[in-house]
Design a protein around this ligand. Structure first.
Ligand code: HAM
Length: 428
């Protein structure tokens, strides 16, 4: 078709997939709320500077993937590629900073990255995440992981593994960076151009290079955990002990460094066996104790995670489907369509989902449409029903029907549906 199509890398969330994603998100919000995380929402666009300084000007996200534009006032704005920097900004710009720390927050919404679209990778996607701000205790790192883990467990997602690493902090990272440079210097001629560039700008990123992993050159590379200062080492030990207390298994992954610059100490991802390549993570996160200062605010340590909702929804098997509409109310022309409209409205007030067709088509056409819509029953309002002040209530499964008094519809319809269920169960 030659009509205008949606932009590449975006998707229309149609009723069934959207309902599925909403149920997955609701489950996440509920688990997070059980741990004391309260939901916030930040703007979809922010000052570009927030991400350049927070996420880091050498990261792929900032150099290649941002949707940046000038507004009519000439300000540089960016559609948010992630939620952590915005939530930390919101923490400082609100009363939240006066609340007892840590402040536990959750969020969900659309994120935008100009990435190469593929399976499970979009230019507009949705994240659910939590952030705990204002506390550097390592047990909190395990807590945010537990929120994510319990959520996936509750959804029945199997085949997941928690990948864990500690990437040190300002104190121990310079020496580690030097150790990496010393290791790769003699190998420079064998490195792909992209990795030589990474080595120059942000040496840690060579550790998650796919090309280098394939070449075997990473095998002997120095590991972050062997270069941690004593406080980072102790913190990491406490994270692992707390994870054990939660009963959450993890795999040490010495190459996990994460693609955003704000991380220190704990870095983690959850991988799924069915997700391959660059989009194998269901969620990622870690500690970001220096982020607040990068944004120009006083220090506030923090830790959190974000999950791709499309990816989680794709892998969650036990998301119960929402029920189809229970009833269709049909006028039978030439009877007054207003009677059907009013009747449908009255039944809806009892919390019953009702489709209404008060149009001019024949009753026959309406009945066949109701069958296809999958409703359990129909209420028919024709001229003879209106004369008798009744409606005809018909169950589509066995085509049995009764007349219900129009006057007491609010009580009669739920009772009829209840009775029909009991009979159905009795005959099964
Ligand atoms: P991230 O690893 O960049 O971390 O993204 C988190 C998750 O978002 C990924 O694991 C993936 O499921 C999903 N995701 C990322 N890019 C795409 C895409 N193009 N299409 C579909 N899904 C995608 C962050 O965003 C950090 N803010 C996480 C965090 C929170 N760290 C601390 N607190």
């Amino acid at each position: 078709m030659a009509g205008i199509s949606r932009p590449r890398g975006t998707d229309d969330l149609l009723p069934e997939p959207l309902a599925r994603m909403a149920r997955v998100l609701d489950a996440g919000l509920e688990v997070a709320s059980g741990f004391g995380y309260r939901q916030v929402e930040t703007p979809i666009f922010e000052a570009t500077e927030l991400f350049v300084r927070g996420v880091g000007d050498s990261t792929d996200v900032v150099t290649r993937e941002m949707y940046t534009f000038a507004d009519r006032g000439g300000r540089s704005l960016t559609l948010r590629p992630e939620g952590t920097a915005p939530v930390v900004r919101a923490f400082w710009e609100s009363d939240l900073r006066q609340a007892p720390l840590p402040v536990r927050l959750s969020y969900a919404g659309a994120m935008f990255r100009y990435d190469r679209p593929g399976k499970g990778r979009y230019r507009q996607f949705h994240q659910f995440g939590v952030e705990a701000i204002g506390d550097s205790e390592p047990e909190l790192d395990a807590e945010v992981i537990a929120v994510a883990w319990r959520w996936l467990q509750g959804l029945g997602v199997e085949g997941i593994s928690l990948q864990l690493n500690s990437i040190g902090d300002q104190e121990c990272r310079p020496a580690y960076r030097q150790a990496l440079l010393d290791y790769f210097e003699p190998l420079a001629s064998q490195l792909p151009a992209l990795d030589r560039e990474r080595l120059r700008r942000n040496p840690l990123r060579v550790l998650d290079s796919k090309e280098l992993a394939a070449s075997g050159l990473l095998e002997g590379a120095p590991r972050t955990v062997d270069h941690l200062c004593s406080s980072c080492r102790e913190a990491f030990e406490r994270v692992r002990l707390a994870l054990t207390a939660y009963g959450i298994p993890f795999q040490m992954n010495h190459r996990l460094v994460r693609g955003l610059d704000y991380y220190v100490r704990t870095a983690f991802e959850v991988w799924h066996e069915q997700l391959q390549g660059a989009q194998n993570s269901l969620f990622g996160g870690g500690r970001y104790d220096g982020l607040s200062e990068l944004l120009g605010y006083p220090p506030a340590p923090g830790v959190g995670f974000a999950a791709g909702l499309e990816r989680v929804a794709m892998l969650a098997p036990t998301v119960p489907a929402g029920p189809p509409p229970a009833l269709a109310v049909l006028s039978a022309p030439p009877a007054d369509p207003g009677a059907a409209i009013a009747a449908a409205d009255r039944v809806r007030r009892r919390g019953i989902q009702v489709l209404c067709d008060a149009g001019g088509r024949s009753l026959r056409a309406k009945l066949s449409w109701a069958e296809r819509a999958g409703v359990r029953g129909v209420l028919i309002l024709g001229e003879s029903e209106l004369e008798r002040r009744t409606v005809t209530a018909r169950l589509l499964a066995d085509r049995t029907q009764v007349e219900l008094p129009l006057r007491a519809l609010e009580e009669a319809v739920p009772a009829w549906l209840e009775g029909a269920k009991a009979v159905g169960e009795g005959t099964r």
